[in-house]
Design a protein around this ligand. Structure first.
Ligand SMILES: [Mn+2]
Length: 288
């Protein structure tokens, strides 16, 4: 048990939180959606994703591999509804607790702002951190409706921390965001059509990333037919096999943190939660 968390449910295949093995992974949920601007409900993401995780077999047929990695589920953070900055700080504190235990964080959202605290903690621990960000949106606004801390400003805050960004699946952005990308040297973009047409080039690029990597997956990167219950559903989008290819490539690298955010449903068995659980399950299968 970490400070600031409680345990409503644990992800399938997670180990008991005792005799913690170093260099493994720790799951925390962030049941928060106070800056959501369209479809609300991401605060229930952690519980429905964990519930969906029990639908998978220990043997992962796609990768011909058993899920043998050790990981712990420390439950959900005691978020502060209505206060994004304080919640981001709590996520940062809790991720630092995980890092002190020599565990790498896996975060289940909750709105995308959950990533801000995690990336802050990791960017202070690791030099030359690269954030691989899968999303329909760039999330690079300096402010969103007057707020600096929001689901729509996540990657701008991360960029201010000095990280390199690789954005994959982008299909919606503002002109200001595009200008910002042009004005910087360390944001690489693979738009939605690149994923469908040039996956080899993306895999080659990811294989050659130097240094530690944080992976942030906004569920709205998926095609909305596959994952409709997200904060901002956006037509187009990735298919499950494309996520599998990207994860398989990235998991050969030095992954220091991982999040799957923006699952917004209160319905057990709803497909967005099932797909989010599968992405986490695949990640846990692929890492050693
Ligand atoms: Mn998004």
């Amino acid at each position: 048990m970490l400070l600031n968390t409680y345990e409503p449910w644990k992800f399938a295949f997670s180990a008991e939180n005792e005799n913690i093995k170093e260099n493994s992974y720790g799951i925390i949920g962030v049941p928060f959606d106070s800056t959501t601007s369209y479809h609300s409900g991401a605060r229930l993401g952690p519980i429905v994703v964990r519930e969906a995780s029990f639908g998978f077999e220990k043997y992962n047929t796609i990768f011909n591999k058993d899920l043998t990695s050790t990981f712990y589920d420390f439950g959900d953070i005691n978020v502060v509804p209505g206060n994004c900055k304080t919640t981001c700080d709590l996520v940062e504190d809790t991720v630092k607790e995980l890092l002190d235990l020599n565990l790498k964080p896996i975060i289940i959202g909750g709105e995308h702002s959950a990533s801000i605290g995690a990336i802050k903690a990791l960017s202070e621990k690791h030099e030359r951190l690269t954030v691989v960000h899968l999303d329909a949106h760039r999330d690079l606004a300096f402010e969103f409706i007057g707020e600096k801390y929001s689901h729509a400003t996540v990657m701008r805050r991360a960029h201010e921390m000095g990280v390199n960004l690789v954005q994959i699946g982008i299909r919606s952005s503002s002109q200001d965001e595009e200008e910002f990308v042009k004005s910087t040297y360390n944001i690489q973009t693979f738009k939605n059509r690149d994923v469908h047409k040039h996956m080899d080039a993306i895999e080659y690029y990811l294989t050659n990333i130097d240094g530690p990597i944080y992976i942030s997956i906004d569920m709205d990167v998926m095609n909305p037919a596959i994952a409709p219950s997200v904060g901002n559903p956006t037509p187009g989008g990735l298919f499950v096999s494309e996520i599998e290819n990207i994860l398989e490539t990235l998991c050969r690298k030095n992954i220091v943190g991982f999040d799957v955010v923006e699952t917004a449903t209160n319905k057990l068995g709803e497909q967005t939660a099932v797909v989010a659980a599968k992405i986490i399950y695949d990640f846990l299968t692929l890492i050693e």
